[in-house]
Design a protein around this ligand. Structure first.
Ligand code: GLN
Length: 222
């Protein structure tokens, strides 16, 4: 495995490591996607696992279950502190719910100043996929939305940059070092969003052949 090359001089102990919250949900596929981009990864299950990370992915899954498990072991508080201390974090779907704000369960990390509404498209049968035009890329990205949340448009917020919308609603958003997507890029073979996140982490992703949807690199099975 070739490691993602550091673009900046921010390594702490040798090679950079990207953590993936591994309590529940789609974490194995994020690990596979990040490793296809050349990143070293670590499963994060307790506060000590956050030590020395260059970035963290909070996957999709069930936000209330992740909240519950993270609260029990002190990880919820540690995640909030890590984010406030500037750790780059990429949250997808349930991960985006946890990163944002909201009055209903789950408890939120409130690292991004936007309201995120759970299950806002409806039930499982209302899940869908569609091609998305995302500003960082010059060709469409296939977005898979599974019981997806809706991000309330942060309109006048200076802190948030909307990187893509679907039906007028923000679906990919950046706020400082934090990236949130209401869809699941790890369910496609398109690595562009994972690469974008590695760049936010100050890393230069390794090129993989056929990077937009037809990589020849073998994926790990879990
Ligand atoms: N509906 C889930 C939740 O509320 C999120 C779904 C997903 O991550 N695909 O946590």
């Amino acid at each position: 495995m070739v490691s993602a090359a550091p673009a900046t001089d921010h390594l702490r102990n040798g090679e950079p490591v990207i953590g993936v919250l591994a309590l529940q949900g789609s974490f194995p596929l994020h690990i596979a996607s990040l490793e296809r981009c050349g990143a070293r990864t670590r499963r994060v299950r307790k506060p000590a696992d956050l030590e020395g990370l260059s970035g963290l992915v909070i996957p999709g899954g069930e936000s209330t279950t992740m909240e519950n498990l993270a609260l029990r072991c002190g990880l919820f508080e540690a995640l909030g502190k890590a984010g406030r201390d500037g750790l780059p974090i990429f949250g997808t779907c349930a991960g985006a719910i946890l990163l944002g704000k909201g009055t209903e369960r789950p408890e939120r990390l409130e690292l991004v100043d936007v309201e995120v509404h759970r299950n806002a498209y409806g039930r499982q049968v209302d899940s869908f996929s569609d091609d998305l035009l995302l500003t960082p890329f010059d060709s469409p990205f296939h977005g898979v939305f599974i019981r997806a949340p809706i991000i309330k448009d942060p309109c006048e917020s200076l802190d948030c940059e909307i990187l893509g919308k679907h039906d007028g609603r923000p679906v990919l958003l950046r706020s400082g070092q934090i990236l949130m997507a209401t869809f699941h890029p790890e369910l496609t073979r398109d690595l562009r969003i994972h690469k974008l996140f590695l760049q936010i982490c100050g890393l230069e992703p390794t090129e993989t052949p056929g990077e937009t949807g037809c990589s020849q690199v073998r994926e790990k099975s879990y």
